[in-house]
Ligand binder design. Structure first.
Ligand code: 9MR
Length: 362
């Protein structure tokens, strides 16, 4: 009897230990992928601690910067695949679902892309050919290896109109179907996505619903819509996010939560009338030495509310991707105000998981 009790106790301890060790990806196994955006030092393995976290907790990766036009295709006849190749190799070695980000985007667009030698916009024919070359070269290189592409990123603004990017100004709305056509021709098996931020905003939501339906009506492949999850303590509400999620899913495509992070700092209204610049800076960077417990509690509660929303709609969501691994990595430390200390990601600066994750992993 005594031996049985000892064995039972040992098993209990072992199983509790194992439960604590569960990776975040394992906690959501069968629901959706858990992804992270990789920066250069993670891709080349210099950030060894970050890479360990990645392998244990994530089963999908996306390139934070190295596949953007400016980096991968800086001049018309120059491609730079070094980092992108390593990124894809890393994903393959670790059996991860690999996302390419992004083929067509107004930002970080190489300077030459939309202009001729005189600095004027190229003709529609030239831009179509350049887009085709760009998309075909990149997608073909990673054919069968990158499973999904953000084909067009951030094309629609809040009021539902098209962003006045060079692509739109030269080609009009046709640039989007064209990009999808080129990507599909280059790798017919790859998933193809639209991706944007502020996806809870009604004007943008309605425009994307229409756009998805239009692409489908033309017989073009579109697998999912990426709702970038750049959030703050006061936006968006869970309800409005859910309304959009359901609207997109209603078109029949999958939904992905891409680029998830939640700033713990005061939301910046750059239009505010700030008389004392020093005071302004200090008030915008209130937690340089650590997040106060009460703020962390609110942050964790909000993150859990969103994670619960994603779980509620796990039948529609294929992937939840954080925009970085740990707080130190985040672009939010430098935007929209430089030099802040923010706390937006799933792992803190000591690479410890944030408390809200315990609800799922323990
Ligand atoms: O996180 C990226 C940052 O390192 C880059 O400097 C920035 C340049 O525009 O892009 C950031 O990632 C963006 C992503 O590619 C698209 N959605 C918004 C992201 C944050 O700006």
């Amino acid at each position: 009897m005594r031996n049985t009790l000892i064995i039972a106790a040992a098993l209990l301890v072992a199983s509790c230990g194992a439960a604590e060790e569960k990776g975040v990806k394992d906690a959501f196994e069968g629901k959706f992928y858990i992804g992270a955006a990789l920066n250069a030092s993670e891709i080349v393995g210099a950030d060894t601690a970050g890479v360990e976290i990645l392998k244990k907790h994530f089963n999908s990766i996306v390139a934070e910067n190295c596949m953007k036009c400016e980096e991968i295709h800086p001049q018309e006849d120059v491609y730079n695949f070094t980092l992108a190749d390593k990124f894809v190799e890393f994903g393959e070695e670790n059996d991860m679902f690999i996302i390419g980000h992004c083929l067509v985007w107004h930002s970080q667009l190489a300077k030459w892309f939309a202009y001729d030698a005189e600095g004027n916009y190229v003709t529609p024919e030239v831009l179509k050919q350049r887009m085709k070359d760009h998309i075909t070269t990149i997608v073909t290189r990673y054919k069968g290896r990158v499973q999904g592409w953000d084909v067009v990123n951030e094309a629609i603004v809040e009021d539902g109109s098209y962003r006045k990017s060079p692509f739109y100004e030269i080609l009009g709305e046709e640039f989007i179907p064209w990009a999808f056509e080129c990507a599909h021709a280059a790798d017919p098996d790859a998933e193809l996505y639209l991706n944007d931020y502020g996806m809870n905003v009604p004007g943008r939501r309605d425009a994307y619903v229409k756009l998805i339906n239009d692409l489908k009506a033309r017989g073009l492949r579109i697998d999912a819509i990426g709702m970038q999850g750049h959030m703050g303590m006061d936006y968006p509400t869970v309800e409005e996010f859910e309304t959009s999620l359901l609207a997109y899913a209603g078109t029949g495509v999958n939904v992905m939560i891409t680029e998830w992070d939640m700033s713990a700092l005061p939301t910046v209204n750059m239009g505010a009338n700030i008389s004392d610049i020093e005071e302004f800076k200090a008030s915008l960077n209130p937690y340089p030495d650590g997040l106060p417990e009460e703020v962390a509690a609110v942050w964790n509660e909000r993150m859990k509310a969103f994670m619960d929303l994603f779980l509620k709609h796990a039948d529609k969501i294929t992937r939840v991707t954080a925009w970085g691994i740990s707080d130190d990595d985040s672009w939010k430390n430098g935007w929209p105000v430089r030099g802040r200390t923010d706390y937006p990601l799933l792992f803190d600066r000591n690479l410890e998981p944030k408390p809200f994750l315990d609800e799922y992993t323990k």
